[in-house]
Design a binder for this molecule. Sequence first.
Ligand SMILES: [Zn+2]
Length: 103
Amino acid sequence: MISRVVITKFTRLCTGYNLLPHYSFKLRLNNSTYCLLPNCGGEYCNFQHLLINCPSLSIQRSQLKILFSTSDINFSVIDAPPTDKVNIIKDTLYFILQSGLQI
Ligand SMILES: [Zn+2]
């Protein structure tokens, strides 16, 4: 079972309609698209940036990769997690929430 809150937040991430800096800038809710996490400064802070590139989440990403591998998913070849596995959706959402950024 997966909660409505998890589905909503995950859908926001996957569609790009969320409160991460890349899209919230378009909504004029902040001043730039840049990543707000320490030691980063990535130009476009969106779901893909946090999932694949953001250096501030490297430790958490390593843990997520392990969780993906236990579900036989090759993390290195994806740009978005598969949506047919509930545990992957929850693990990915938890990974993003660890950033402290609003979704
Ligand atoms: Zn970043």
